[in-house]
Design a protein around this ligand. Structure first.
Ligand SMILES: C[S@@+](CC[C@H](N)C(=O)[O-])C[C@H]1O[C@@H](n2cnc3c(N)ncnc32)[C@H](O)[C@@H]1O
Length: 271
C-alpha cells in the first residue's frame, strides 16, 4: 500500500481531476471581466499551495487587453509548498513575491508595514476553518471603510460535491470532520452585511484509481492527514471507512466522482 504525505496527496488529486482547468476557466470568464475596470491589478493570493492555479491565472490576466498585473503577492505558510513553487514554478516566483506568512500575519504586520493594498484577493480552497473565515471576512469589512475598491473571490468545496457527501457519511467513524465552509461563509458574510455573488463551479470531476489502493488513497485524502497518522488508525475503522466509500461508488456506478466547488465573489467600493 502506497501512503502519501498530504502535499503529495493534493498533487495526486490535482493530477487526476480537472479542478485546476475548471477553476481557471471560471476565473477567466466570470471574475477577470470584473477586474477590467481596473487599469492595474494588485493581487493578493492567499494560500497558493503548489501554484498550479496561480500561474495560469497570471497567464489569463496577461492575455487580457483591458488590464494588467502590476503586483502579485502570495502568502503561503507551508515551507513544502514554497519550495515546490521555487523548483516547479520559477517563472511564477519571479513574477510575484512568495512570502512565508499566514493571512493573519499578513493582515497584522505585513500590509501595514509595506502599505501593500491589493485590489484583487483570492482564497482558493483555503477558508475551511471558522476562525480564518471570520478573520478574512472581517478584513473585507474593514476594506469597505477604506478608500479603495477591490474584488475578492473565495472558492470552497460545494455541498453538492461527492467528497462532501462522503465526509458526511464517514463522520460517524469519528475520523472525518465535514467542514460546512459554504454555510459558514454565507453566515459570516450576512452577519457583516457584505453582499456576495454565489455561484457553483460545475463540471469538476475526479477519477478514483481502481482497487484497494484507490480506496486507501481517497480515505486518507478525505481525512486530510499525513501518512503516519493514517497508518496508525485502527484497521477496523479504516476497513469500515473503505466499505462506506465502496458502497457510495457502487451506488453511483462509476469511479468518477463529481466534485463541484462554490464560489463567492465580493465587490467592494465603486467596482
Ligand atoms: C488545500 S490547499 C489549496 C492550494 C491552492 N490554493 C489550490 O487550490 O490548489 C490550502 C492552502 O492554504 C494554505 N493555508 C492554510 N492556512 C493558511 C493561512 N492561515 N494563511 C494563508 N495560507 C494558508 C496552505 O498552506 C495550502 O497551501
Amino acid at each position: 500500500m502506497i501512503m502519501l504525505d498530504w502535499q503529495e496527496t493534493l498533487l495526486d488529486y490535482l493530477g487526476s481531476s480537472n479542478e485546476d482547468d475548471q477553476i481557471i476557466k471560471f476565473i477567466s470568464e466570470i471574475i477577470l471581466p470584473e477586474l477590467s475596470k481596473l487599469e492595474e491589478i494588485v493581487w493578493l493570493e492567499v494560500g497558493p499551495g503548489p501554484g498550479t492555479k496561480t500561474k495560469q491565472i497570471v497567464q489569463s490576466i496577461r492575455k487580457s487587453k483591458t488590464t494588467h498585473l502590476r503586483q502579485l503577492c502570495m502568502v503561503e505558510p507551508s515551507l513544502t509548498w514554497r519550495e515546490f513553487q521555487t523548483t516547479h514554478c520559477p517563472d511564477l516566483v519571479k513574477v510575484g513575491e512568495l512570502l512565508d506568512l499566514t493571512f493573519e500575519d499578513y493582515v497584522h504586520g505585513y500590509s501595514e508595514v509595506t502599505r501593500f493594498h491589493p485590489n484583487f484577493i483570492t482564497c482558493i480552497h483555503v477558508l475551511y476553518e471558522s476562525e480564518l473565515i471570520d478573520k478574512f471576512i472581517s478584513y473585507l469589512k474593514r476594506c469597505e471603510h477604506g478608500q479603495s475598491s477591490l474584488v475578492s473571490c473565495i472558492i470552497v468545496e460545494s455541498e453538492q460535491s461527492d467528497f462532501y457527501k462522503l465526509r458526511k457519511q464517514l463522520k460517524e467513524l469519528g475520523i472525518v470532520k465535514p467542514v460546512q465552509a459554504v454555510r459558514e461563509i454565507r453566515r459570516v458574510l450576512a452577519m457583516n452585511e457584505i453582499r456576495a455573488v454565489e455561484k457553483e463551479i460545475d463540471g469538476q470531476s475526479f477519477r478514483l484509481q481502481d482497487g484497494e489502493q484507490g480506496l486507501d488513497w481517497l480515505l486518507q485524502f478525505l481525512i486530510g492527514c499525513e501518512s503516519n497518522k493514517y497508518l496508525s488508525l485502527p484497521i477496523d475503522i479504516k476497513n469500515e471507512g473503505k466499505s462506506i466509500i465502496d458502497k457510495f461508488i457502487a451506488r453511483k456506478n462509476s469511479r468518477t466522482l463529481d466534485v463541484p466547488d462554490t464560489s463567492f465573489m465580493i465587490s467592494i467600493g465603486c467596482l
